[in-house]
Design a protein around this ligand. Structure first.
Ligand code: GLN
Length: 197
């Protein structure tokens, strides 16, 4: 199993370390060639405008969209979630438009408003997940078939899944809890079986 981490900008190193700590082959991806042969991809947090600008510059938009359509699992965290979204509230940001969600950028406030909280995520089992939010996008609307995995206490949706796509408003790579990465790896294993069939 080989997982790529889009390494154009942002917090990609931490995902790399987390995956490697789980014994998984993980590589940094900066070119379309490096996208080939991957079983899964992580789009990290960072600055969605910068990541998109660079992805466009390196002609990666279409290959990324094709990857998702081919059923390869993609996990977008924070800015990565913005890239996956179909629509960004009050913005004409051209995202990858892969998931039927509308997100509001920086909805959790400025850098100084970053916060940590414990989220109940029944799908990963066990105790609540300690999640770090840094200028996080919030999910404002969900399309049909998009499943909610976690909410803040006020009801704000912060983790969703649809098929091969997983979107998290926070940074699961910061901290020692690897359960969300393991959940993503399960999605990858399942899709490999599906594709082999
Ligand atoms: N505010 C950033 C954006 O919309 C996301 C912040 C993050 O990834 N921590 O691009």
């Amino acid at each position: 199993m080989k997982i790529g981490i889009l390494a154009l900008q942002g917090a990609f190193i931490e995902h790399l370390h987390t995956l490697r700590s789980l014994g998984v082959e993980a590589v940094e991806v900066r070119t379309t060639t490096e996208l080939t042969g991957l079983d899964g991809l992580i789009i990290p947090g960072g600055e969605s405008t910068a990541i998109l600008k660079l992805a466009r510059h390196y002609h990666m938009i279409k290959p990324l969209q094709e990857m998702a359509k081919a059923g390869i699992p993609i996990m977008g965290t924070c800015a990565g979630m913005v890239l996956l979204a179909n629509k960004v509230t009050e913005s004409d940001l051209q995202t990858l438009c892969l998931m039927d969600i509308e997100v509001r950028r920086n909805a959790s406030g400025r850098q100084v408003d970053s916060f940590e909280t414990d989220l109940a995520i029944p799908d990963i089992g066990g105790e609540p997940f300690h999640a770090v939010f840094i200028r996080a996008p919030y999910i404002k609307h969900l399309g049909a078939g998009v499943e909610t995995l976690a909410r803040l206490d006020d009801g704000t949706v912060v983790a969703v899944r649809k098929g091969n796509l997983l979107a998290l408003a926070f940074h699961p790579e910061l901290g020692h809890d690897t359960r969300l990465h393991e959940y993503f790896l399960k999605m990858v294993r399942a899709s490999k079986k599906e594709i082999a069939r």
